[in-house]
Design a protein. Sequence first.
Length: 69
Amino acid sequence: MRKKRNPFKEIHPDVEPPEELKKRVIHDIKMHQLIADSAELFTVKFGKTLGDLFLKRTKKGTNNKNNAL
């Protein structure tokens, strides 16, 4: 199996990228993290919360048609 080449190890330590480029990269990373967190909130955590809610109602025996949420 061939080892993957890491291009970041090839960057010279004495060369600094421009400050604007650093800011753009950090901004892009933060935006991707925000999108990933939002997607997780509305997919994984929302479904788990609904599932927990229905399981608790079923265990208590309150899952009748006459009971309102």
